[in-house]
Design a binder for this molecule. Structure first.
Ligand code: FES
Length: 204
């Protein structure tokens, strides 16, 4: 939006601006249908950046329309996850560590604080250095990294502790529901600890 005036000058009528607050949301299907119906469809390139759900919707519909995969260009800076962050327990039985990961804390931070010797570098879900083995999860993993492939993520055996989280089964069912109230420590208010997601891992 900072460059709007400049973009208007450069592109005139060809510039389309979608602003949710002004009821001008981007319709992904409409946009990609338009590209798919264009005679230049094989050479049309789409560049995108944004939240994971938007990028995933574009990627999926781009594939549905059988547009050339190499013409869809995007860069990710980690992702904001599929679910609202929840407080959960993380355990490393081999080291006798069990700690709470608050809504504003990462697994990496919580484990480091609890005395685990963690490896990490980017802290953005890009390098994979902080990945650990998942031993058990009572809940669902919200993979937020861009290091593991979709196949590796769905295998559910590794996760990147600097960005990824665990969420409860109920949150996973109702994707997108707001996070429950939390206290100053990031703990769920009025929710017994036993109902929180529990993630059991081991570190290299
Ligand atoms: S520190 Fe790089 S992916 Fe976590």
């Amino acid at each position: 939006m900072v460059y709007l005036a400049e973009l208007r000058m450069q592109h005139g009528d060809r510039l389309r601006v979608h602003i949710d607050d002004e009821n001008l949301s981007l319709d992904v299907v409409e946009l990609i249908d338009e590209i798919a119906a264009d005679p230049r469809r094989e050479s049309a390139e789409l560049y995108m950046c944004g939240p994971i759900r938007l990028m995933d919707a574009v990627r999926r519909y781009w594939a549905t329309c059988q547009l050339p995969v190499y013409n869809l260009r995007y860069e990710t800076f980690g992702n904001s996850g599929w679910f609202e962050p929840e407080s959960f327990l993380v355990r490393i039985p081999r080291l006798g560590i069990e700690t709470t990961v608050g809504t504003h804390t990462t697994i990496l931070e919580a484990l480091t604080e609890a005395g685990a010797d963690m490896m990490f570098d980017c802290r953005k879900g890009e390098c994979g250095l902080c990945q650990v083995d998942i031993k058990e999860v009572d809940g669902v993993i919200d993979h937020r990294d861009v290091f593991l492939s979709e196949k590796q993520q769905s295998a559910g055996t590794k996760l990147c502790t600097c960005v990824s989280r665990a969420v409860s089964h109920s949150a996973a069912k109702a994707r997108g529901i707001p996070a429950p109230a939390v206290d100053g420590d990031g703990d769920l208010v009025g929710v017994p600890a036993a109902t929180r997601p529990i993630l059991t891992i081991d570190i290299p």
